[in-house]
Design a binder for this molecule. Sequence first.
Ligand code: IPE
Ligand code: IPE
Ligand code: MG
Length: 227
Amino acid sequence: MEDCPVRHIAFIMDGNGRWAKKRLLPREYGHKVGAEVFEKIVGYCSDIGINAVTVYAFSTENWKRPKHEIEAIFGLFSDYIDNRTETLMKKNVRLVFIGDRSVFSPDLRKRMEAVENKTINNEKLLFVAINYGGRSEICHAVNELIAEGATEVSEEDITAHMYTKLAPDPDLIVRTGGEYRLSNFLLWQSAYSEIYVTDTLWPDMTNEDVDRALNEFKRRNRRFGGL
Ligand code: IPE
Ligand code: IPE
Ligand code: MG
C-alpha cells in the first residue's frame, strides 16, 4: 500500500455548478455536496498511501462570481476549518492552506492558523488552495526573495518559496468536469505533472474514479525530457 507511485496528487475539483444545474438545484447545493466529496476523496487518497494531496477550492479568479455563491463557498470553508481538527489528527494529516490569505478577515486567518498549528506535526499533507492563483504564487515567492535581499534568483530559490515547498511537485493532476486547462493551478509545480481529465463532475467523483486515474498514471511514460 505504501508503494503507491504517486507521492503527490492534486485535484481541480470542477463541475459543482453543472452538477446542481442538471438537477435543477442552486449552484450552492453543488458546492455543499462537493465539500462532502472532497473529504471522502482526500480520505481515500490517504488510505491508499498517497502522502500529499492538493485540492483547488477557490481561485483568485473565482471572485468574479455572484456574491451569494462566494459566500456559500466561504461558509463551507469556515465550517470545515472549525470542525475537522479531530478527523485530521486521527488520520495523521497536516492541513496547510495555500493562496493569498492577506485579503481574509483577521478572524478567519486566525482560525486557519489554529488548525494549521494543531496539525503541524502530522505526517501526511493536505494543501487546500483558497484564493489561490499560480501566477500570484510565483509573484509572492519572488517578492519574498526580494525582501530577503536577492538580486538574482534560481529555480531552486523559487521552488523553496512556493506555498507547497513541504511536498514534491505533484506527480498527477486530476481535473473533473471535462475542461482541458489548468485554470491558474500550480503553474510552477506542474512542469512535469501528468494530467488526467475526466468528464465526471466533482460531486459524482468516486474512489473508483481515483483508481482509474491512478491506473492511467501507471501506463504513462514519464520522460522528463530524456529518452
Ligand atoms: C468548481 O465547480 C468549484 C469552484 C470553482 C469553487 P464550479 O463551481 O466551477 O462548477 P461548474 O464548472 O460551474 O460546473
Ligand atoms: C477552477 O475551476 C477553480 C477551482 C476548481 C477552484 P473554474 O471553474 O474556476 O475554472 P474555469 O473558469 O472553467 O477555467
Ligand atoms: Mg468550473
